[in-house]
Design a protein around this ligand. Structure first.
Ligand SMILES: [Mn+2]
Length: 250
């Protein structure tokens, strides 16, 4: 049996003339393709519109692992800040759903992977904070982390990876990654540790101290075709589930 991976969907909240009804949930194909190629069974979890607590428990009980994908900014109120004028779009309903899913999945010790917004949400859920825009970090040497208009399949800036971390066997101690974010981790939650940083000190990968939760700031899902090592991140995530299952049985 393939491990069932619950992928947290985004909500399309803006009208678009292309569709008769433009309110829908979505997950980019690349996220589904990466989980499938790793041997997982992807299941999309739509943001709850009603009965949040009940739905959260039922969704998490149905899946083996949880995958928090990229998306809009998180509401800064979640880490005690008012919105900066540099804040982008937020989706409070998605924030609430994802945080509730995260907390319950964590209680169940289900493996969790977060990418970009997903990694940042993990940090918020564990009690950390973000810079609402990287210009607020006051670093004179800040790199270009949005890489636009360069295509997302291009690896632009370097990261340094901690020796003996989960990521080092996959990417080595130095690797180039893509970068499509304007928010960064500020205060890292005490339950988390840094796995990789860029040369300007931005946190580019994390892991929980109990090794059950992992996150990356870059986007391996867009790189699997051009850099095989990026698929390894998803392969490891699916393997994490197999070992979690055997622990549960044993
Ligand atoms: Mn970056």
């Amino acid at each position: 049996m393939r491990p069932i991976v619950g992928i947290l969907s985004a909500e399309m909240n803006h009208a678009d003339n292309q569709f008769i009804d433009s309110q829908f949930e979505y997950v980019q194909n690349v996220n589904i393709a990466a989980i499938t190629a790793a041997g997982g069974l992807p299941v999309v979890l739509p943001v709850a519109k009603t009965d949040l607590d009940e739905l959260v428990n039922e969704y998490v009980d149905q899946v083996d692992e949880l995958f928090f994908i990229g998306g809009e900014d998180s509401d800064p109120q979640l880490y005690g800040e008012q919105p900066s004028k540099l804040l982008g779009e937020i989706d409070q309903r998605r924030d609430a759903f994802e945080l509730a899913i995260y907390q319950y999945a964590r209680q169940q010790h289900k493996p969790i992977l977060g990418i970009c917004r997903g990694m940042q949400l993990i940090n918020i859920a564990e009690g950390g904070s973000l810079y609402q825009d990287l210009s607020l970090a006051n670093s004179k040497l800040m790199l270009k982390h949005d890489q636009q208009p360069t295509p997302v399949e291009t690896e632009t800036h370097q990261i340094k990876i901690k020796p003996n971390s989960w990521l080092q066997p996959l990417l080595g101690e130095e690797h180039r990654v893509n970068s499509v974010h304007h928010q960064i981790i500020h205060q890292l939650a005490p339950s988390l540790q840094v796995t990789a940083t860029s040369n300007d000190g931005v946190i580019e990968a994390i892991e929980s101290r109990d090794h059950e939760v992992r996150g990356v700031q870059f986007h391996p899902e867009w790189l699997t075709k051009t850099d095989e090592s990026m698929q390894e991140i998803f392969n490891l995530f699916i393997k994490q589930c197999s070992s979690w299952r055997s622990d549960a049985v044993g």
